[in-house]
Design a protein around this ligand. Structure first.
Ligand code: UTP
Length: 293
């Protein structure tokens, strides 16, 4: 059972400027919930009770979101939204929230390394908060693979050739098989954002990982990679030289909300299924679309 999730949230969010000049990307709303809340819901759904948020002191709003605030909870109660108030009350009670600081965005590998003391010597999840997944099943599956094998596992998705250069792409070293009830394959190398011709496969790492704590030594030993940043993919490649890691091939619903188009898609997706506003929104949207055509 993995109960700790590291959520790196210290980046600059430059693709979402100017919104991210004042509001951290991770708190941009998907309808009325901040994106980070959806990540936390996914984590809690997979059994997590300790969140380690890697943040920067220049983004105090992230800590504020997790601080208890009786007046906010009372407002929610008055609006008949007691279940949301209850959800917020869990932070600091049955869900522990720790903060680790990365004061300069030196890269994702560096950000995860900053969480070392808070995680300790146990397997842990890494969840990139700018990727929304449709449910907790992928995370739960990654945890099963680690429990069965004692080896780290990353989530993979097959991507069209034209998109490979946007991701970390793995080099498989064996055939697909069933591990922990999921389609998985062992891999050794990882190439960060390769050109289409250099990509070792069509299997891209998506933003969910279940890692073993020995990765922290590989993170500490990182030197800047091709992009000048300390890359998590380089640490995974170093760890995989000792023993191949597992890649779990997933077809979970996924939206990358770190760019304007993806964020719009996530908002519309949540709006059409919204329990309170979905019906009215769908009517409005179809009338709006008809008027455009
Ligand atoms: P991204 O590269 O997508 O986020 O990192 P970014 O750098 O904030 O976005 P752009 O490219 O400037 O628009 C994925 C996640 O890792 C975190 C980010 O906050 C984001 O949630 N991250 C990235 C860190 O915490 N530290 C880093 O040094 C880099």
């Amino acid at each position: 059972m993995i109960t700790t999730a590291v959520i790196p949230a210290a980046g600059m969010g430059t693709r979402m400027l100017p919104a991210t000049k004042a509001v951290p990307k991770e708190l941009l709303p998907i309808v009325e919930k901040p994106a980070l809340q959806l990540i936390v819901d996914e984590a809690v759904g997979a059994g997590v009770d300790h969140l380690v948020i890697v943040t920067s002191r220049s983004k105090p709003a992230i800590e504020q979101y997790f601080a208890s605030d009786a007046s906010v909870e009372q407002s929610l109660e008055r609006q008949g939204r007691g279940s949301v108030a209850d959800q917020l009350r869990r932070y600091g009670s049955d869900i522990r929230v720790s903060f680790a600081y990365q004061d300069r965005p030196l890269g994702l590998g560096h950000a995860i390394g900053c969480a070392r003391a808070a995680v300790g010597e146990q397997p842990f999840f890494v969840m990139l908060p700018d990727e929304l997944m449709s449910d907790s099943s992928l995370l739960a599956g990654l945890a099963r693979v680690v429990a069965d094998t004692n080896i780290g596992a990353v989530a993979l998705k097959r991507m069209p050739r034209a998109e490979l250069s946007r991701y970390g792409i793995v080099s498989p070293v064996g055939d697909e098989r069933t591990v922990g009830g999921l389609a998985a394959l062992p891999f050794v190398g990882v190439v960060e954002k390769p050109s289409v011709d250099d990509a070792p496969s069509d299997l891209a790492i998506i933003g969910r990982y279940a890692l073993t704590p020995d990765i922290f030594d590989d993170l500490d030993a990182l030197t800047p990679g091709s992009t000048g940043e300390l890359q998590l993919t380089d640490a995974l490649a170093a760890q995989a030289t000792r023993e191949p890691l597992w890649g779990v091939i997933s077809d979970v619903g996924r939206i990358d909300i770190g760019n304007p188009l993806g964020w719009l898609q996530a908002v519309v997706d949540a709006a059409v299924d919204h329990p309170e506003h979905g019906v009215a929104f769908r009517h409005w949207l179809s009338a709006r679309t008809d008027a455009r055509d």
